[in-house]
Write a protein that binds this ligand. Structure first.
Ligand SMILES: [Zn+2]
Length: 446
């Protein structure tokens, strides 16, 4: 008889050469149900601050929330630990798995707060361990133990606010590392049939499929969407051309902008924090080698650089068209200043709030014949090639030029969006706090 409640947090089992923490969770869905556990929620896939320098690839942590029979509690813990030990790349430098077990129906406020800090900022292992001790939770760590931070954060992020779903399909192990075989046409078809209730299936700029990851991990493809029903429906439309070993629907903070935290003043920017900040463009944008665009913004407290890199696509094109005096809101991760440089915000989005007039200075028209005058050098007046007149006292005239940008929100191209970046399609679809969660029939296989 399942009676007790437990939350199991997992993080950092993967490396660049092997594994994926979502896969460990997917295997545990099957294993824990064999022990009589009932899931009280979809496995939660919680993306943490993407700007921490030591992050795992996607910086995603997992939480399994179950009802179980206390007689099998030890067996459940052993099962989780052996799954992590079997699938984690334990010998890889920088893979630091962590498991956290927390028993109880309600997640304490302090853990929820800890989770928010892990998503929007930087927290230390010491803080995590202190909290685990205070809560009488249990933690298992490997190597540097850093994964315990994410494990606890996943438990604390209960996704009560805006959230989305992702169905992940996994490959048969014998195919790991080989080219992924999925029928492309079926993916475009699925996108046409289910967008905007699914999102980020294809990159519309490059007409490229982005539901299949690259690399040796076990994921064949993942479809993101607004409800469990829609991702399951979309999944049924995609034709894999290789075996699918298992699939699971996850509930997640992906596509919600949960990482971005508004700062009041530019002097409040902290390295590695994802922020939303406002300022006036103080230099015209520069295109610098390796094809990124840089401009500065300022407020009364500070000046910072903003950078849009080549893969940001449309965003970089917009950034180029800004001029000094424009008032903008910028979204992105703060990079630590190097040497005498300023802090840099790596842009994910720009909202143009107010456009400054763009002014060009032109030579005046000849008062005698109406032709455009030629300059004779700085402050030396103008001459007319047509009629030969000279004018010492005329000045250049201001001409207002039509701006090539409009006010509004501009988002980095789909292919360079972070897992957490809210795509354009999701604006207006945000779920209000307290939206009920129901487990649908058949939310995983096997
Ligand atoms: Zn003239």
């Amino acid at each position: 008889m399942a009676s007790a409640l437990m939350h199991i947090g997992l993080d950092d089992t993967d490396s660049t050469r092997k594994g994926c923490t979502t896969y460990v969770a997917a295997v545990l869905v099957e294993e824990l149900q064999k022990l009589g556990a009932e899931f009280t929620d979809y496995p939660n896939l919680v993306r943490l601050n993407p700007n921490v320098p030591w992050k795992t690839r996607g910086n995603g942590a997992l939480c399994l929330r179950i009802k179980y029979d206390e007689n099998v509690e030890e067996k459940i813990k052993e099962t989780v630990i052996s799954a992590v030990e079997e699938f984690a790349d334990l010998t890889f430098r920088g893979t630091d798995p962590g498991i956290v077990f927390f028993k109880g129906a309600k997640i304490p406020r302090i853990v929820k707060f800890f989770a928010k800090s892990t998503i929007t900022g930087i927290v230390s292992l010491k803080e995590a361990l202190k909290l685990i001790k205070r809560l009488k939770a249990e933690a298992v760590g490997y190597n540097s133990y850093r994964g315990i931070i994410g494990g606890l954060a996943a438990i604390g992020e209960t996704l009560e606010e805006d959230h989305t779903y992702e169905i992940l399909a996994y490959r048969a192990p014998e195919n790991y590392g080989l080219k992924r075989l999925v029928d492309d046409a079926s993916i475009f078809e699925m996108d046409r049939a289910t967008a905007p209730y699914t999102f980020n299936n294809v990159d519309s700029e490059k007409r490229r499929i982005i539901i299949t990851p690259r690399g040796p991990d076990p994921i064949l493809f993942g479809i993101r969407g607004e409800t469990p029903e829609i991702v399951k429906k979309a999944f049924a439309m995609v034709k894999p051309l290789e075996p699918v070993e298992r699939w699971v629907i996850f509930r997640t903070n992906q596509g919600t902008d949960a990482h971005l935290k508004r700062v009041k003043m530019l002097c409040d920017l902290k390295p590695h924090h994802p922020v939303i900040a406002r300022g006036v463009v103080s230099t015209n944008p520069k295109v610098v080698p390796r094809r990124h665009v840089i401009f500065q913004i300022k407020d009364e407290s500070a000046v910072v650089d903003c950078a849009a890199y080549e893969p940001t696509g449309a965003l970089r094109k917009i950034a180029r068209k800004l001029v000094a005096g424009d008032f903008v809101e910028v979204y992105g991760g703060v990079r630590r200043p190097t040497g005498n440089c300023l802090s840099t915000i790596n842009l994910e989005k720009i909202r143009i709030l107010r456009l400054a007039p763009k002014v060009l200075y032109q030579n005046p028209i000849c008062p005698n014949c109406g032709k455009r005058l030629k300059s004779m050098g700085k402050n030396k007046g103008f001459r007319c090639d047509a009629c030969g007149s000279r004018f010492i006292n005329l000045k250049k005239v201001e001409v207002k030029v039509k701006r090539e940008v409009r006010r509004g929100l501009y988002i980095t191209s789909t292919r360079s969006q972070r897992h957490l970046t809210k795509p354009a399609a999701r604006y207006g679809m945000e779920k209000p706090r307290g939206t009920p969660v129901r487990l649908i029939d058949g939310w995983h296989f096997p």
